[in-house]
Design a protein around this ligand. Structure first.
Ligand code: PLP
Length: 353
């Protein structure tokens, strides 16, 4: 008997986030708010009412309705997923046929390239310039020349923290014969969403997640928002029970607290602004550039990225190091921000570099 992994699998290794017990975690762009007591109580009550011997609602209707209310859109355009990661996988798998190409950008969210590769599609990759902004004209040109079928990008972008305004995104949508998969995972922190226009476009699927501003990375809940025809296709292509009962129950409790969600989002933006300002105020030659963030994290270009990252780990502070010259630091609580700032100062000013 002989079995060999195919070429696309043979070199692949599992996603490996930072593991270990670090006192301060600013590496994964999570919210720094834990669920409050009232929310925990509501969750418990909802969990108590689950029929665990039964399959969950395949359309996750209650959560989708609350999500739609929160964003002021119709629930008819919303499909829930096991994190937006699952939805990306479904979209790339279902909306592309053999030989179809994908357009992505670099740097951008690493999952796009992964799903493209596993599902066997060629990606045309546009390299962003030093400002790390998407050049819409260049993207349109590349999409046409390569006849790509999907353009997939995050706005605002993880890891760059940079955003593209509504006007430019509309221009891209209206200039190509391709499906635009617009990953708005961080859009709660930026105010340039096209979510309330989605029914106007036959070629847009927007992605949202409960993992960032909503503070629920642990329950794995994401959403696709698109017009009725695309939504019907998505719901048909996903596996029927993709969002489990526990996640649905907790998701209901979470999206039933819109005021809390808005307040927390506002505080996270303030935390990011303060982190950005503190980083900018550090007097050092080490930082080549600190990008103007419209997300909940700050992105820094420095040739000392790896050194600073390791020194921070030694101080039990985890941030994200990205090859070879970038650091991505998630905004945390006031004391977490103060700790990372003081540690970075010590590292860059204290002749440790
Ligand atoms: C965090 C993140 C997501 C969210 O993924 P989930 O699977 O919903 O947790 C999606 N896209 C980008 C760009 C992200 O950074």
């Amino acid at each position: 008997m002989k079995y060999e992994l195919n070429k696309k699998l043979s070199g692949l290794v599992p996603y490996k986030p930072i593991s270990g017990d670090y006192k301060i975690r600013l590496d994964a762009n999570e919210s720094y708010f834990a669920a409050d007591d009232r929310l925990l109580e509501e969750m418990k009550q909802k969990l108590g009412r689950i029929d665990f011997n039964r399959y969950p609602d395949p359309l996750c209707k209650n959560v989708c309705r609350l999500f739609a209310e929160y964003y002021g859109i119709s629930e008819d355009y919303v499909t829930a997923g096991n994190g937006s990661d699952e939805l990306i996988n479904i979209i790339v798998g279902a909306f592309l046929e053999d030989g179809d190409k994908l357009l992505t950008f670099t740097p951008d969210f690493s999952m796009y390239a992964l799903y493209g590769k596993i599902l066997g599609h060629e990606s045309v990759v546009i390299k962003k310039d030093d400002d790390l902004k998407i050049d819409v004209d260049e993207a349109v040109k590349a999409a046409r020349e390569n006849d790509v079928k999907i353009i997939l990008f995050s706005n605002p972008c993880n890891p760059t923290s940079v955003g593209l305004g509504k006007k430019e995104v509309r221009k891209l949508i209206n200039s190509v014969n391709a499906l635009i998969v617009l990953d708005e995972a961080y859009m709660d922190f930026y105010g340039e969403s096209l979510i309330d226009e989605v029914q106007n476009y036959s070629n847009v699927i927007m992605l949202r997640t409960a993992s960032k501003a909503i503070g629920m990375a642990g329950i794995r809940l994401g959403f696709a928002v698109a017009n009725s025809e695309l939504t019907r296709a998505l719901r048909a292509a996903k596996s029927p029970y993709n969002v489990n009962s526990v996640t649905q129950a907790i998701g209901e409790a979470v999206y039933s607290r819109p005021q809390l969600l808005k307040e927390n989002t506002k505080k996270i933006i303030e935390s990011k602004n303060s982190l950005q300002a503190s980083l900018e105020s550090i007097e050092t030659e080490c930082f080549e550039r600190i990008y103007k963030s419209v997300t909940n994290f700050v992105f820094i270009k420095t040739r000392y990225a790896e050194k600073i990252y390791k020194e921070l780990l030694n101080r039990s502070i985890a941030v994200r190091f990205m090859k070879d010259e970038y650091l991505r630091i998630t905004a945390g609580s006031e004391s977490e921000n103060a700790a990372v700032i003081s540690a970075i100062k010590e590292i860059v000013e204290g002749a440790l570099i």
